[in-house]
Design a protein around this ligand. Structure first.
Ligand code: BG6
Length: 303
């Protein structure tokens, strides 16, 4: 179906006039735009990826790179990419794309609903013949993003096949900050982390996390909330979660960022990734018809 008629068919089915509509700002990349007196937000059908959230009176919460390629097969650099069924590089099986199979897939729009002052956008993606050639699991993913004065992100993974599978998952959120060098991540003090910039050594976190160079860490056994303190934008972003046992903190810093074609010069300063995840031996095993839900609940407060 041609782009314009596809967008119009989606709007006929799902639009809530004055509240939410499907738009196509970049050709081939439809998104759901939410706009109410309380909140604006956007979720891309490509990757099922939230790309914007702005509660009334607040500044944009998510970073999206100005150099994102907007190209089929390439992930959008920013917002909240969804990693599934593996995180980062695949450790078993054939060479496969980093962060799994679903961040570079067009997802299906299932519903848009408006209740109280919240708008929920539900999207899904399932295993198909192509994904089964790479990874056998017969998965169904439902992702629900509820935009309001808080942002609730729910990833529901169901095993629709008879074969038990184990998966990793992450909501790879790029939070926009005034200057990553002045940002603190609170709530991880006392935890153990795997330092991916130092041969995956296990280390102990003392106090708050401050970033002073390339940072790529998996904080293990972290089920409670973390807070991103940003003195430049004068705000705190609180990330609460359910059924997530790991928190990943990532920023590529100068050198790595310079080698990334889809990141603008100096843009590495403008974000910190704090990811709600289940990875490594916290991966989730699902038998036939079993399901698992991981949730992130995000709120912003000014300082
Ligand atoms: C982080 C990983 O989650 O994502 C890093 O821990 C990785 O190792 C980063 O470099 C970015 O990944 P990508 O594939 O989006 O460039």
């Amino acid at each position: 179906m041609a782009s314009a008629s596809r967008i119009s068919a989606l709007n006929q089915r799902f639009e809530i006039p004055g509240i939410a509509a499907i738009v196509e700002e970049r050709k081939g990349f439809p998104s759901v735009r939410v706009q109410t007196p309380d909140v604006t937000g956007e979720v891309q059908l490509y990757g099922g990826q939230v790309s914007s959230w702005k509660p009334a009176g607040a500044e944009e919460v998510f970073f999206v790179s100005s150099k994102t390629r907007w190209q089929e097969g390439t992930a959008i650099r920013g917002g909240v990419p969804i990693c599934f069924p593996w995180f980062a590089d695949r450790t078993e099986g054939p060479k496969s794309p980093a962060h799994g199979l679903v961040r570079t897939k067009p997802w299906r729009l299932e519903a848009i609903t408006h209740a109280d002052s919240n708008v929920t956008v539900a999207l899904s993606t399932s295993a198909d013949e192509t994904t089964k050639k790479v990874w056998q699991g017969d998965y169904h993913l439902l992702f629900c993003a509820t935009f309001g004065d808080q942002l609730r992100l729910e990833l529901i993974v169901t095993n629709r096949g008879s074969l038990t599978f184990k998966f990793e998952e992450a909501l790879h959120s790029y939070y926009r900050v005034g200057n990553v060098e002045k940002t603190k991540v609170r709530g991880l003090g006392g935890c153990t982390y795997v330092d991916k910039t130092d041969a995956r050594k296990e280390k102990h976190q003392r106090g708050d996390v401050t970033l002073t160079g390339e940072t790529d860490r998996v904080y293990r056994g972290t089920s409670s909330s973390v807070e991103i303190e940003d003195p430049v934008l004068r705000r705190r972003i609180l990330v609460a979660k359910e059924d997530s046992r790991d928190t990943v903190v990532w920023n590529p810093w100068t050198q790595k960022a310079a080698a990334m074609a889809d990141l603008g010069a100096d843009e590495w300063r403008q974000f910190v990734c704090v990811e709600t995840a289940n990875v490594g031996d916290h991966g989730v095993t699902l038998g036939e018809v079993q399901a698992h839900t991981m949730t992130a609940l995000i709120s912003v407060n000014s300082m």
